[in-house]
Design a protein around this ligand. Structure first.
Ligand SMILES: Cc1ncc(C[n+]2csc(CCOP(=O)(O)OP(=O)(O)O)c2C)c(N)n1
Ligand SMILES: [Mg+2]
Length: 284
């Protein structure tokens, strides 16, 4: 009960508008419990999202929130973190938001190793706009925008994040709340870009791809002896067609974007554009 009270401190009081049975309730619950465990001051916490059912999450959490533009949560989160490195910044959004319209941002935030945590809510459908196929739709081929089936192969979000060079990549499941909470805690602790794919069923428009019974039957935790610095093995696990692997695929260290900017600032001091007098003098 005490645990519950603590995590409630991170709920804004705005009632989620998600459908009954939506997997996102489990994610919200895991998230606020992670914040409570970490005892994060709400004034140091920022949630940035794009557009979609998943992207409504910042309304429900007591923190700074930015419900932005479809597919643009990641670059905005990068800007927030760069402007104020003291903040704990999380980006959240859906599979459509992050892999279709916003798919061009993921490689850059990953290669820049921006020190933020990104939760990609994978329900394999455009939920908010009522059931068009997304880049991760696989087992539910006939949707409002694919009456005769899907044309392309689905994207595997975790595999993509590994290939893009994210320094922390994990997969959780909305139903396994404790496990997801631990992944979120590890992601926030990780210094660098943390990508967490969360499988979640859309109770209204696609109960096939992320069918809870099917995932429970097929899931397998990543073996404890997996070396998270071994990206090739991580990719093999993430792309496993037989089993749905949950846990941490990748964890490694390299300088963050903030580190690089600091280094550049040091190098630039007193030189070139950093010397304002010399710069303004050119226009005299
Ligand atoms: C520029 C732009 N294009 C299209 C839309 C319409 N739109 C809103 S949400 C959405 C897709 C949401 O799907 P997803 O990101 O998977 O989130 P979910 O609702 O499933 O959580 C689309 C296409 C929009 N709001 N803005
Ligand atoms: Mg979706």
């Amino acid at each position: 009960m005490e645990e519950l009270d603590k995590s409630c401190e991170y709920l804004s009081g705005v009632c989620p508008v998600w459908c009954p049975g939506c997997g996102y309730y489990g994610i919200l619950s895991a998230l606020v419990e992670a914040f409570a465990d970490l005892k994060l001051p709400t004034k140091e916490l920022t949630l940035v999202s794009g557009i979609g059912c998943s992207s409504r999450l910042p309304y429900f959490v007591k923190a700074y929130g930015f419900h932005s533009i479809h597919g643009r949560g990641l670059p905005i989160a990068q800007g927030v973190k760069t402007a104020n490195p003291e903040l704990t910044v999380l980006a959240v959004g859906g599979d459509g938001d992050g892999l279709a319209i916003g798919g061009g941002h993921l490689p850059h935030v990953a290669r820049n190793n921006v020190d933020i945590t990104y939760l990609l809510f994978n329900n394999a459908i455009y939920g908010m706009t009522k059931g068009q196929f997304s880049p991760t739709t696989t087992l539910y081929p006939v949707t409002k925008t694919s009456p005769f089936g899907l044309a392309g192969e689905a994207i595997n979000p975790s595999a993509l994040a590994i290939v893009y060079g994210a320094t922390f990549v994990a997969r959780g499941f909305s139903v396994k709340k404790e496990h997801l909470k631990e992944l979120i805690i590890q992601g926030i602790h990780h210094r660098g870009f943390s990508f967490i794919e969360v499988l979640a069923s859309c109770s209204s428009f696609n109960t096939t791809d992320m069918n809870v019974a099917r995932i429970v039957k097929n899931l397998e935790m990543i073996p404890e002896d997996h070396n998270p610095e071994d990206a090739i093995e991580a990719l093999r696990l993430a792309a496993d067609q037989e089993k749905i692997r949950l846990g941490v695929f990748v964890r490694n260290q390299r300088p963050t974007l903030g580190d690089k900017f600091q280094e550049m600032r040091r190098k630039a001091k007193g030189k070139g554009a950093a010397n304002m007098e010399a710069l303004l003098g050119q226009f005299a």
